[in-house]
Design a protein. Structure first.
Length: 72
């Protein structure tokens, strides 16, 4: 079984963007609440990077969702 890490990053980024918009947050607002920069949020949403487990939890907490939602 081959794992395509680029697809996983894009999927997580798409979920971050989806739940951010559902929460009514800008990238800057999410960044502040998750202790990241807005540039990093942009990078993640575009699938150009992957958050560490700690940052994934911090993003989920800021979005008021379980971390698993970002991985679904």
């Amino acid at each position: 079984m081959t794992v395509n890490f680029n697809e996983i990053k894009k999927h997580i980024g798409s979920n971050i963007q989806k739940y951010r918009k559902l929460a009514g947050l800008t990238q800057m607002e999410l960044a502040i609440q998750a202790d990241l920069t807005d540039a990093r949020i942009t990078q993640l949403e575009r699938g150009l990077g992957a958050p560490s487990m700690l940052k994934l939890y911090m993003i989920a907490e800021a979005l008021k969702i379980p971390p698993s939602k970002l991985l679904e």
